[in-house]
Design a protein around this ligand. Structure first.
Ligand code: KG4
Ligand code: ZN
Length: 362
């Protein structure tokens, strides 16, 4: 059996919770030796969103190649690994099971320690990999296709939720509005690109939850507002190219403004001075600019991982897994996939009282 805990442990991470199959090798929880991501945009593009059955089928097709590529890129063989980390939830169960089964088989065959990782904990830890100086406690804003929430990552790395979306996630709203505007999946990057040609002040859209107290988010009303305004103007076909870009820019501005307003409110109420902004939507140019401006104004530090650590990747899973493995947390062959898992919970781990089971970081 390999020696862990170990400050320079080499950990393989595997992530397959949605429509990316990813594998990465990390040393010491921070040093990226390799990172491979196989996306499925072409598989789902004709449907305007993810088709779960097609996602898991494609995962099965590529999983061993992606893991092999990650090992090759790190210039390592399996016997150099000290442990394996794999996303156990939340996510699409069929997708999760592919990475999970592969990780279990690999760990068993090579007598390696195995640990299941919470996908959102992975997103948060991505900021710690990106910024050497970042360690708990800090606040984290996770904005992805499936989740939009604010967390406080406590002294021991334990995440506690401060607020979350009451309906759609911000990324989901990007994807749905992209569909309304006739743009391809995934919608976030497509809207962001088109928005460069539009005027963010051209179309008057609501700023979700702006008059409500607290730290919750809501995006389904904004999507409906876009849809109503589109119909009022005679539908997508009646729009000029410029108007279509105005819709993209105005929608992007409304999402960015509402995320920044929530984050600022959270930071005003917190003693922490650092905010990690993570998840696929954190790749958004406008959000990054406006959050940075707010951070400068308010006197806090905003930390954004590089774009490839914002969208789904396995570096973040290897990093979160390394932190767990180094403190002695282990899972076994009974490790299972869960579609919905509140942050801080690990239903895949039999004994929740073991040390560090809910921790983001050491
Ligand atoms: O974190 P992620 O890769 O997967 C989930 O865990 O959901 O996030 C994917 C989401 C998608 O909804 C995609 O449209 C959005 O992130 N996204 C963006 C951008 N890049 C990806 N949204 C806005 N602007 C972007 N540049
Ligand atoms: Zn994600």
């Amino acid at each position: 059996m390999h020696a862990l805990p170990n400050e320079s442990a080499v950990v393989l991470g595997i992530e397959s919770s949605c429509d990316e199959m990813a594998a990465a090798v990390l040393r010491g929880g921070r040093e990226i030796l390799s990172s491979r991501v196989h996306g499925q945009a072409q598989v789902h593009a004709p449907y305007g969103g993810i088709v779960p059955e097609l996602a898991s089928r494609d995962h099965v097709r590529v999983v061993s190649d992606v893991v092999e590529d990650a090992l090759r890129e790190a210039d390592l063989t399996l016997d150099a690994l000290d442990g394996i980390a794999v996303t156990a939830g939340p996510g699409l169960v069929g997708s999760l099971l592919v990475g999970l089964s592969f990780a279990k088989a690999l760990a068993w065959a090579n007598r390696l320690p195995l640990v299941g990782v919470h996908h959102l904990v992975g997103h948060l830890v991505a900021a710690e990999v990106a910024a050497d100086e970042l360690a708990p406690p800090y606040l984290g804003l996770v904005v992805s296709g499936g989740h939009t929430a604010l967390y406080r990552v406590g002294e021991q790395g334990e995440p506690a939720m401060l607020g979350e979306t009451r309906d759609d996630a911000a990324g989901e709203a990007f994807d749905k509005v992209a569909q309304l505007l006739g743009l391809p999946y995934p919608g976030g990057p497509a809207i962001s690109k088109l928005a460069l040609e539009g005027d963010p002040g051209a179309i008057d859209l609501p700023r979700p939850m702006s008059r409500r107290p607290g730290l919750d988010f809501s995006y389904s009303g904004l999507k409906t507002a876009v849809s109503i305004e589109l119909k009022r103007r005679g539908g997508l076909e009646a729009l000029s190219a410029r108007e279509r870009a105005d819709f993209a820019a105005s929608f992007e501005a409304a999402v960015a403004e509402s995320l920044v307003a929530r984050a600022v409110r959270a930071m005003r109420g917190a003693s922490e001075r650092r905010l990690a902004v993570v998840g696929g939507v954190a790749a958004n140019r406008r959000l990054r600019q406006e959050m940075q401006a707010a951070a400068d104004r308010e006197g806090f530090e905003a930390i954004f991982p590089p774009l490839d650590l914002c969208t789904d990747n396995a570096v973040m899973i290897a990093a979160a897994g390394s932190r767990l493995l180094m403190r002695g947390v282990r899972d076994d062959g009974s490790l299972n996939a869960f579609s919905r898992v509140p942050i801080g919970e690990t239903p895949w781990r039999g004994d929740a009282s073991r040390p560090g089971t809910a921790a983001v970081s050491s």
